[in-house]
Ligand binder design. Structure first.
Ligand code: ZN
Length: 328
């Protein structure tokens, strides 16, 4: 494991879940980590392990002016709440962020000696939600210091669905790993588990298909349906003529609805990813096209995170997708 890791990939694909599993693996004291039965594993799965820190976006009113110790205690409570939900939480809403009090607390915790084991694992979920602020006191700056002078007994795992929104200085100091969407049968098995069914009810095949490999999107409510129909409009435009593409570009909302636009990109990526899985076995040429299409979507996501006008991004994306031949 590298000392600093960045897990990136679609929203709801399970990046923070994977980070928690990696944390458990590192903290485990059993034979084949993660054994699931040792004390460390138990504490890690209950999210009460003293050497496991998990920061994720919260509402500003709750935490903004807290001292580091208060913040740590607050996040401990938030972790316990998520553990109670069985690890099935709704995606971050637009009004939640990672505030300077949180990155100060993270730095404070990082210099502590591990309480139980040999290392500390610190997870920063949705790291693109670091609230940008000018000056040395910005949350990103505190984090940068930690990345510049890594501590030998600390593993830092960041996750993001918008790597383009992270500072280049942060991206250049972490090892990036892309987390791929789940295959449809994996997603189905997940949705059929008792705890998941208790939370979201019986998911019919159409709903599972719309989730396109991102289990978390099934916990998101209607936002996901909106994203799926948005992506469907793009695909229709790709199959159609110049007029259809014109309509698709013109129907984009002006900048400002970044979250919704990124969700639509996620939905498009999921759909094309499913096609890619099929094509890898049946049609190599088409598979190569679909791989290039994923790059085009990645580029669009990067532009979206820099607040480029969604209509412009859509026009460029549709052009690139046609160039690689995805409409075929
Ligand atoms: Zn264990």
């Amino acid at each position: 494991m590298p000392g600093s890791l960045l897990l990136h990939g679609r929203r709801g694909v399970g990046k923070q879940r994977l980070a928690l599993w990696l944390a458990q693996m590192q903290l485990c004291t059993g034979e084949s980590a993660p054994c699931g039965t040792c004390q460390s594993c138990r504490y890690a799965t209950e999210l009460t392990h003293p050497d496991l820190y998990w920061f994720f976006p919260v509402l500003s009113a709750e935490i903004r002016d807290f001292e580091p110790d208060e913040t740590l205690a607050y996040m401990r409570g938030a972790m316990r709440d998520r553990a109670k939900e069985g690890g099935l939480w709704a995606p971050t809403s637009g009004s939640e962020g990672i505030f300077v009090s949180m990155s100060r607390a993270l730095v404070r915790a990082a210099v502590r000696t591990p309480a139980m084991g040999r290392r500390k694992i610190m997870i920063l979920g949705d790291a693109d939600r670091l609230i940008s602020q000018e000056g040395n006191d910005s949350p990103a700056n505190a984090l940068l210091k930690l990345l510049e002078e890594p501590l030998p007994d600390t593993t830092l795992i960041l996750t993001t669905s918008e790597p383009g929104a992270l500072l280049p200085t942060i991206r250049s100091r972490v090892v990036s790993v892309r987390v791929a969407p789940l295959a449809s049968d994996e997603l189905r098995r997940w949705a059929e588990a008792d705890d998941v069914r208790a939370k979201i009810g019986q998911a019919d095949p159409a709903v599972l298909e719309r989730a396109s490999g991102a289990p978390g999107s099934l916990l998101a409510g209607t936002a996901h349906d909106v994203a799926a129909s948005h992506a469907a409009l793009w695909l229709k435009a790709l199959r159609g003529d110049a007029g259809d593409r014109f309509v698709a570009v013109l129907s984009e909302k002006p900048a400002g609805a970044r979250g919704a636009f990124s969700d639509a990109l996620d939905a498009l990526e999921g759909t094309l990813h499913d096609r890619l899985r099929l094509a890898v076995e049946t049609d190599r040429t088409h598979a190569a096209r679909l791989t290039r299409a994923q790059d085009a979507i990645e580029g669009a996501r990067e532009r979206a995170s820099h607040n480029v006008n969604p209509a412009l991004i859509t026009a460029e994306l549709l052009r690139e997708l046609r160039l690689v031949g995805v409409n075929a």
